[in-house]
Write a new protein. Structure first.
Length: 269
């Protein structure tokens, strides 16, 4: 689930490897694609958080609803992805967007998915080549095999809120969790019963995932729960925590896909 730049460099020409650039900026939605056009890992395709890894926003469902499965599967097929393909996603935001693709792939039944540890910055620091050449479409057949039990909706959260064997994890920064600051959504605060594990804390300053041992310690207070329901603002950076749970050997994580932006779109009680 994690590859280093050096691991990647020795396998970059493999026909069974597809690399996906997921760089994105919530403040400037065009920036990630512009960066990709200026320079990316050779052979990498680009997927946009808003256009490719989400579906259109509705009245409810959050700011980044899960993408339509058939639409994303068609795009993955055009990259040459089959059941045998290893897919490596990267960004430059401490897994904020690469982890979304990693989680989506596994949710759609493709377990041969990984993220580039340290992202594009670590790749460049290793002195590896970049290009502005856009790869051609390839012939593939991505067949989704959904794992619907990995996703929880608002009603599912409400049903689980008071269950002692379930932990609800808010992945946003502490200020947003506590309701002291809310720069995006119309309502501040958190879902009652949630505990706060900010997503940035599972990586170091270089954007590399903390060691499995460190992560097991970090998650120790929720590790024994039968289910760990993870959310953030819109179901994107929560995937970083799901990645970190998996790295710690904890496989009970589920995503509240609509997250706080869905929760607060309803009357709060």
């Amino acid at each position: 689930m994690l590859v280093s730049p050096n691991w990647f460099a020795t396998r970059a020409t493999s026909e069974l490897l597809v690399v996906v650039d997921c760089r994105f900026s919530l403040a400037d939605p065009q920036l990630g694609h512009q960066q990709y056009l200026q320079g990316h890992i050779p052979g990498a395709y680009y997927l946009d958080l808003n256009q490719d890894l989400s579906s259109p926003v509705q009245a409810h469902g959050g700011r980044h609803p899960l993408p339509h499965v058939a639409t994303l599967a068609a795009k993955l097929s055009q990259m040459g992805i089959t059941a045998a393909t290893k897919v490596v996603a990267y960004d430059d935001s401490r897994f904020a967007f690469a982890a979304r693709l990693w989680w989506l792939l596994r949710y759609m039944g493709h377990d041969r998915a990984a993220v580039l540890d340290g992202g594009f910055a670590a790749y460049r620091a290793a002195g590896l080549p970049v290009t502005s050449e856009i790869p051609a479409e390839r012939s593939g057949q991505f067949v989704p095999k959904l794992k619907p039990e990995w996703v929880v909706d608002r009603m599912g959260v409400r049903q689980r809120q008071n269950q002692p064997n379930v932990k609800l994890v808010d992945s946003r920064e502490g200020e947003r969790y506590r309701g002291e600051r809310e720069p995006i959504d119309p309502v501040a605060g958190h879902i009652p019963g949630a505990v706060n594990y900010p997503w940035q804390q599972v990586t170091d300053e270089g954007g590399r995932l903390r060691s499995p041992q460190d992560l097991r310690t970090y998650w120790s207070e929720v590790a024994t729960a039968d289910e760990i329901v993870v959310y953030c603002g819109s179901g994107v950076t929560a995937c970083v925590n799901l990645l970190a749970l998996e790295a710690a050997g904890i496989q009970t994580g589920k995503l509240y896909a609509g997250s706080w932006s869905d929760w607060c779109s309803y009357p709060l009680d």
